[in-house]
Design a protein around this ligand. Sequence first.
Ligand code: ADP
Ligand code: ASP
Ligand code: MG
Length: 410
Amino acid sequence: MRVLVQKYGGSSVKDAERIKAVAERVVKAYKDGWSVITVVSAMGDTTDELIAKAKQVNSKPARREMDMLLSTGEQVSIALLAMAIEALGAPVISLTGQQVGILTDDVHTKARIKHVDTKRLQEELNAGRIVIVAGFQGVNSRNDITTLGRGGSDTTAVALAAAIQAEVCEIYTDVDGVYTADPRIVSTARKLTDISYGEMLEMASLGALVLQPRAVEFAAMNQVRLCVRNSYNYHPGTLVQEERQVEKDMLVVGVAHDTNVAKVAILSVPDRPGVAYNIFSRLAVEGINVDMIVQTNKELNVTDMVFSTSRDDVVRVREIAEAVAQDLGAGDVLIDDTVAKISIVGAGMVSNPGVAARMFEALAEEDINIQVISTSEIKVSCLIAEEHIKRAAQALHRKFQLDAVKSMEA
Ligand code: ADP
Ligand code: ASP
Ligand code: MG
């Protein structure tokens, strides 16, 4: 049995016309001889709309209830897609996360998949049916519905592909593949033929929405052949694999930006052992991701602790940070949600000194102030004011000649 997993994002199933178009693609793959598992997201902006609805009744809803609400979006999509496929005369069944055997941990709204029980999936495929699966959802050990974090349908697809040993996992979206920058903000961005798991993981973690970071991590761990393609055409897409094969000499493979960022400062923290542990362990227990961290000594025995986090977590971060500040005898907590993160990514930069300096040069030329910097072997990130993000992305794209290759190719 040759198994193909396809995932269609919200933009690919945004209305009845698109659902019918996707149904045709799925049936085509089925008729080509594949055993097809299709994972779908909620239609269009459904998830955002559901979040807005929740906020209308409670500014801080219980995360268990958020999962109960958000998982409904995907359930609408699977039923409609199954009906559209049925109308084309192909055998099909839709399954929720629970029905398809996706068991997760207990972290509501950001759950991680612990196990996939493929029994039902295997039975349906053996019976010759196309299986349509609700992305983004699973259940915990108590059978409560959990969701996998924004963009989580990508991870559902990869997890199923790994569990069932699919030949390939195709992620269908509204652009032709993975680009050197978000094509919506850098018009000269160029589609990559392929990219390594490591680079893709950085790009995704640094804000390139096109794949959920967890999906890339899962694909790398399980050697899932991942291909990002456009559901609106039949172009070949971008292959995510072990090593970058094409354009091996590219120093910087892409520019990523993230506007879902807030900067948090806890002022005048007593400078003694255990303080950082105290602050960040409390955030970790609450499942809050902290990214860039800087500690600045402004006077003797007192430091300011500055870190970045997701804007989604700001309400909870404020509560925790204020409680910790009080316990430690620190000063005010300041939160700035008008910042954004701009990053360059490339496996080549580890052996090439001066890459970070060129990034800072590009930002200086644009007169953009850098607030916080962080680096790793394959990326450099800067926190800047959100209003400059588009100009920063375009300037870095130019500085690292990511546009230039396009004109050479043309
Ligand atoms: P879907 O609904 O298919 O899951 P998403 O909105 O989650 O789609 O992801 C696709 C979007 O990711 C694209 O429309 C594009 O604007 C954005 N994006 C950001 N960075 C990149 C990149 N480097 N390459 C491709 N797309 C990117
Ligand atoms: N519908 C969810 C979201 O909007 C999951 C996904 O699209 O992958 O984040
Ligand atoms: Mg997505």
